[in-house]
Design a protein around this ligand. Sequence first.
Ligand SMILES: Cc1cc2nc3c(=O)[nH]c(=O)nc-3n(C[C@H](O)[C@H](O)[C@H](O)COP(=O)(O)OP(=O)(O)OC[C@H]3O[C@@H](n4cnc5c(N)ncnc54)[C@H](O)[C@@H]3O)c2cc1C
Length: 354
Amino acid sequence: MNANTSWQVFGVVIEHDAAGVKPVSLEMINAARKLADQISATVVAFYLCRDDGGGDDGNATATQRRQLAAEEKVADALIQNGADEVRFLTHPDLNIYIHENYSFALMRQLEKSRADYLFLPATNNGKELSAVLSAKLGVGVATDCVALSVSGDGDVAAVRPVFAGKALATVRFRGKTPHILTLRPNIFRGTDPAAAVPRRGEIFREDVALPEFSHQAQRLVKKAASQLDITEARIVVAGGLGMQSPANFKLLEELAEVLGAAVGASRPVVDNGWREYSNQVGQTGRTVSPDLYIACGISGSVQHLAGMSSSRCIVAINTDAHAAIFSVADYGIVGDVIKVVPALTHEFRKVLAA
Ligand SMILES: Cc1cc2nc3c(=O)[nH]c(=O)nc-3n(C[C@H](O)[C@H](O)[C@H](O)COP(=O)(O)OP(=O)(O)OC[C@H]3O[C@@H](n4cnc5c(N)ncnc54)[C@H](O)[C@@H]3O)c2cc1C
């Protein structure tokens, strides 16, 4: 299938890290596929990465062959999850995300191949990139979408939270394309593609010419790129003022390590400088929808709940049995975090090791 047909084209910007394609990217592909099947549209995955592959002229080095094999694996995962085309856009400075480089490469790509809708994840990077692309292209963006559908006339409608999550609005696009949507992680999970009939798709590879500044920016953002984004984590262990001091967050880090979780925080904790802003959950922080959210010493203000109440399972630990957090918790522990959290860590370590 070719992207340049009169059919609608759904572009999906793939987020990845050292471990490969992030789960949220497969969720986006899944969501785009479900929409595409209703209107016979094409799903095109854009995968921006470093160019180590070299040519296929038989002289490729071992590193280049490994890179090509890795790319084939990536492409297969994306195709089996629903992509019709995978486009590798390569340049040494596209190895890690930098909005200047990524937006530059995508803008050039969108000049050549059409996209009616462009999906990005509502992660730190995805939110930034969608805003940059929206401003540069002069197109609309619907952020943090939690549901998608196709209307009778073939347009995509997106449901997104408004008023700090107190209401849901259904939005539709008009005007210049691509219409940009960011999808909330952990919401659009699909079924295991291994159980389905194998799919076929096309793979394209293109070297991108980036402007001079790209290499300089790459060095500046290396540290930021290595931090875990709490919006994508399947488990979040979050601490509030009840943790009493920044040093006590070590207890949450230990529990998070055992569970493979990310550490979140309430706003006053961030305002106090105990944790970084990227950790903040709530109305003025991040919105998370993990499988498990463990709230430690967090009272449960409406502003905090706005960022985590859509979690699948909520566990709250608080000394105050009447704390508001217990009203949204599936499991509540009335107790001192300083005693309860290490006990949980100990038990989880034992059970998970077994
Ligand atoms: C416009 C606006 C936007 C806001 N945005 C956000 C936001 O994005 N995110 C956010 O979190 N807040 C936000 N807030 C702040 C919010 O209103 C609350 O002040 C904040 O969430 C409270 O944080 P907390 O639960 O950590 O602290 P507290 O409300 O002080 O609660 C601490 C809790 O710890 C418990 N506790 C104390 N000691 C222990 C112990 N040893 N063991 C167990 N429990 C203990 C206490 O019983 C209490 O329930 C916003 C406020 C405004 C006005």
